[in-house]
Write a protein that binds this ligand. Structure first.
Ligand SMILES: Cc1ncc(COP(=O)(O)O)c(C=O)c1O
Length: 467
């Protein structure tokens, strides 16, 4: 035998050698194996190393030691260890669940090649984040770690001071009506979606979904096996009168529809609440980037308007802080607290407690409000630069949709070849095709142009190249 691999400890290499020899029938029951002293001398290794390996092989039933006469390949190897059938080298296909079968690669974000102007949707400018303050707050909780932060959380719904801060924040910013006891801290709103689907619907249940809509939401719903009812969206948001007659759940993005960017009008909001009540449906309100509105005050949440309709409200710190934080929140009606709390516990126990503690301070000390104010100014300028450049270069060949809000603009082009040309000119854009439920996308070229993560200069250059 040769001992060669620099990566594995010698003990492990000796073990592997004998184990493989037995499985491959190169060593058969009753074969005598070299003594530990002999093998150690042959290999030039310490005898203890060989002894360790032999002990493991004996413990696992590959070897047996016979007092006074030496060590042997075990005479009673369990059946099948050395079966005459050829060892299977190619595993048979693994059967996936229906959920697993839906998980094709296109659920992942397409990544651009390096060096292009990337109009990334949904990405904030993380370079602007006040990282020094964040570092200080994290350090504060590392320096004097409360034992509570190191342990399993007392409550999977989240760290109490953060739940308190989130309740105040959504009440103040979004006119959500809630108490801290209704807040569940989750790992980004993607986990909020995942939990809500599991807790609220069964495979086969009818679910109404904005079309076009948030791909990461409908892919979960579809993988889970619900009956998906795409409902069209116009300039006032979800076309409520097109809701299916029955539905258990209605997913909406009222403050900045994803991807069109339109705001659900007040009349439609009231109609939606009435229709949900009639159908006994739960509304899942995804308020993902409501903080960013560049003209007038943001429209408040649907949750704050509702009476007699259960609304599960979800928000995220991915856009106003940074996506890598992976912290979001659910605000659920009191009657749903227990199932959501248990679902969170079974999913992953709890969200990172140190980050929750630092985030609670970040909110309490006013850093988040300051950061949002600053970013609102900056993103407003970037949005204006984008719209300006689109008008300048495309004139009436482009239609810009949506409200003056969010972190992306949806632009409809008469020019069909624009996407094909874009990459050739070093510009990476996303078409809205993937946000339509299959077979319903229009023929127009609709692009999602994210502006938050690009300088005004890069934005202008990108649109110039696109044109
Ligand atoms: C509609 C919608 N909801 C939620 C999110 C936020 O996701 P997360 O909180 O998981 O980062 C996004 C991000 O792009 C989004 O577009």
């Amino acid at each position: 035998m040769k001992v060669t691999s620099p990566l594995l400890p010698l003990r492990r290499q000796i073990y592997d050698h004998w184990r493989t020899a037995i499985l491959d029938r190169r060593a058969v029951p009753g074969d005598r194996v070299p003594s530990t002293r002999e093998l150690a001398e042959t290999l030039g290794v310490a005898r203890a190393t060989v002894t360790d390996a032999y002990e493991q092989l004996i413990a696992e039933g590959f070897f047996e030691a016979s007092q006074g006469s030496g060590t042997f390949v075990c005479r009673q190897l369990p059946e099948g260890v050395q079966s005459r059938a050829p060892r299977i080298t190619q595993a048979p296909p693994i059967r996936l669940s229906r959920y697993g079968r839906e998980l094709t690669e296109d659920v992942l974000r397409p990544l651009p090649p390096p060096g292009v102007v990337h109009f990334a949707t949904g990405s904030p400018d993380v370079n602007q984040f006040p990282i020094a303050i964040w570092r200080k707050l994290i350090a504060r909780h590392l320096r004097t770690p409360s034992v509570r932060l190191l342990d399993y959380a007392e409550d999977p719904a989240g760290y109490a001071p953060l739940r308190e801060q989130v309740a105040q924040y959504v009440t103040r910013m979004r006119a959500v009506r809630c108490t801290p006891e209704q807040v569940i801290i989750v790992n980004g709103s993607q986990q909020a979606l995942d939990l809500a689907v599991r807790v609220l619907v069964d495979p086969g249940d009818p679910v109404a979904f904005e079309n076009p809509g948030y791909q990461s939401a409908y892919r979960i719903l579809r993988a889970y096996g619900v009956r998906l009812h795409p409902v069209p969206v116009d300039e006032e948001g979800l076309v409520v009168r097109k809701l299916p007659r029955q539905c258990r759940l209605i997913y909406v993005t009222p403050s900045h529809q994803f991807p069109t960017g339109v705001v659900l009008s007040l009349a439609r909001r009231l109609e939606l609440l009435a229709q949900a009540r009639l159908r006994n449906a739960v509304i899942l309100e995804d308020d993902y980037s409501s903080e960013y509105r560049y003209a007038g005050a943001p429209l408040t949440s649907l949750q704050g308007l509702a009476a007699g309709v259960p609304i599960v409200y979800m928000g995220t710190f991915s856009k106003v802080m940074f996506p890598g934080l992976r912290v979001g929140y659910l605000i659920v009606p009191p009657a749903l607290m227990e199932p959501f709390r248990c679902a969170k516990w079974l999913a992953d126990r709890q969200t990172n407690q140190r980050d929750q503690a630092a985030l609670a301070d970040f909110l309490r000390e006013g850093h988040l409000d300051r950061h949002i104010r600053r970013m609102r100014r900056l993103y407003g300028q970037r949005r204006a630069a984008l719209v300006d450049a689109l008008h300048e270069h495309f004139g009436d060949r482009v239609e810009i949709l949506g409200d003056v809000a969010g972190m992306h603009v949806m632009a409809r082009f008469r020019d069909r070849a624009v996407v094909r040309r874009a990459l050739k000119r070093g510009v990476w854009v996303t078409t809205c095709q993937r946000y339509y439920v299959e077979g319903t996308a229009p023929l127009d070229t609709e692009l999602m142009l994210g502006f938050a993560n690009l300088s005004e200069r890069a934005i202008r250059e990108g649109i110039r190249r696109l044109a």
